[in-house]
Design a protein around this ligand. Structure first.
Ligand code: ARG
Length: 464
């Protein structure tokens, strides 16, 4: 490396120290931006020609060479490699190899500071929709499982203690709701990346009359960055992307945790398909939820990318600083982990088998205490008073190892004369679910409407 000229060789007596050069090089990871870098350079060459800085012949030659370079990179990813400091230097070297001095004209009025911001924005503009598609696929899988669950009942939990009966479909749609928010957050991050930084130069703006609005349109941006100093150093869109990724991972991790618990022997509300479980090398009986555990584990790593990136940004003086190069590894890894986790979880959900007898059995008994209290409220008892009466019944039942279902009509009446003959029939988990009234409740009609809405959403996202 040390024998070859560098982008800045003119100013320096000595070539860079080999190890230090490697340390600060980013080509190992920013090669992912290859396509975007070429795209940006094609547009820049056109803009320079339109501004009269490049002759039409030079611009044409640059264009042809860039298209050829891009094709080689697409045909053979191994082509995008070499001793270069970063992907921008690589593309320029390829151009100069082909065109000599003509290639050396492309960087006129442009800085790598704005170039790298442009490339990452272009990259996220095209990659975030891929993450959104993976979110939609998981939401659709949850909706399908909710439809398949039909009227199956399971307990809902608070404090991880059995709380109230719900439809299993309601539980699955609760997770879908969180992923729909993630979809919107990814959209918002994509919107933040939608500002075109070229024309900012290194920090003060460029001295050529480049039509930045035309450049923005040409590159698919809806606006131009407003301030050249800010443009070089603004990575808010990176922070927002990492935030959207971290929160998506938090949600996929919570779903994983629920499924790990509910598919275990102690709960058994769902069965994991053999295809998405792993065995033990020692214990023949084991069926482990490794993919879900890994999803839960990876969420910590993606949260780390967000907090790490915020810490990197917080002390930076204005203008470009090399610290900003750290954005890319965080974004690329977050993207990989989110995609991998969403896809693995979607496969797990698609193959999830509900065990309605197990979940229904767990959704009876003491879970119905609130319904007993509501029964009294319907008969004019103030809720606090009803709570107290039912608390007394629960205490007796627990002491005797019995459930509400075992109480005879005269026993009910013994606790309060307002418990009529229909009490036993009204205190079941099915009746409890049916008694809910609000649209966001587990009432079967409400869940059916919610399911239809989620499916319509997923269909609309998929352009159906
Ligand atoms: N590899 C650099 C980055 O990712 C590109 C910009 C370099 N600019 C500079 N002035 N050293 O940020």
């Amino acid at each position: 490396m040390s024998d070859e000229p560098h982008l800045w060789s003119g100013r320096f007596d000595d070539a860079p120290d080999e190890e230090v050069f490697r340390f600060q090089a980013s080509f190992g990871f920013d090669r992912r931006l290859f396509d975007d870098d070429v795209e940006g350079s094609l547009a820049w060459a056109e803009a320079l020609a339109a501004a009269g800085v490049l002759s039409a012949a030079d611009a044409g030659a640059i264009r042809e060479a860039l298209v050829e370079i891009r094709q080689r990179g697409r045909d053979d990813p191994a082509f995008v490699a070499g001793p270069d400091e970063d992907v921008h230097a690589f593309v320029e070297r390829q151009l100069v190899d082909r065109l000599g001095d003509v290639g050396r004209r492309l960087h006129t009025g442009r800085s790598r500071n704005e170039q790298v911001s442009l490339d990452l924005r272009l990259y996220l503009r095209r990659r975030l929709p891929e993450l959104q598609r993976a979110v939609v696929a998981l939401v659709a899988a949850l909706a399908d499982r909710a439809a398949a669950a039909g009227q199956a009942i399971m307990p809902a939990y608070t404090h991880l203690r059995r709380a109230q009966p719900i439809l299993t479909a309601h539980f699955l749609l609760a997770h879908a709701a969180a992923f729909q928010r993630d979809h919107a957050r990814l959209e918002a991050a994509r919107g933040e990346a939608d500002a075109m930084p070229l024309g900012s130069g290194a920090v003060a703006g460029t001295s050529y009359a480049v039509d930045t609005a035309a450049l923005a349109r040409r590159l698919g941006f809806s606006r131009v960055a407003a301030n050249s100093i800010d443009a070089a150093a603004d990575r808010d869109f990176v922070a927002s992307t990492l935030h959207a990724c971290a929160l998506t991972m938090v949600h996929v991790s919570r779903l994983a945790e629920d499924l790990i618990i509910f598919s275990g022997e102690e709960f058994g509300y769902f069965e994991l398909h053999d295809r998405v479980a792993t065995g033990s090398s020692l214990m023949p009986q084991k069926k482990n939820p490794d993919p879900l555990e890994l999803v839960r584990g990876k969420s910590g790593r993606v949260i780390g990318h967000l907090t790490g990136w915020l810490a990197t940004m917080k002390g930076l003086p204005s203008g470009y600083n090399k610290d900003l190069q750290e954005d890319k590894e965080a974004v690329f890894d977050a993207e990989d982990q989110v995609l991998g986790s969403l896809r693995a979880t979607t496969t797990v959900v698609e193959s999830l088998e509900p065990r309605p007898e197990r979940s229904a059995a767990a959704a009876g008994g003491m879970l119905l205490a609130t319904d007993v209290a509501d029964y009294l409220v319907d008969r004019g008892v103030p809720f606090r008073r009803a709570h107290e009466i039912v608390g007394g019944i629960v205490r007796d039942l627990l002491a005797q190892g019995r459930e509400f279902e075992s109480l005879a009509p005269e026993e009910w009446r013994g606790y309060d004369s307002r418990f009529a003959a229909d009490t036993g029939a009204r205190i079941t988990s099915r009746a409890s679910v049916g008694r809910r009234r609000t649209p966001q409740s587990t009432r079967p009609e409400a869940v059916e409407r919610a399911l239809a809405a989620v499916r319509a959403w997923a269909g609309a996202q998929r352009g159906e």
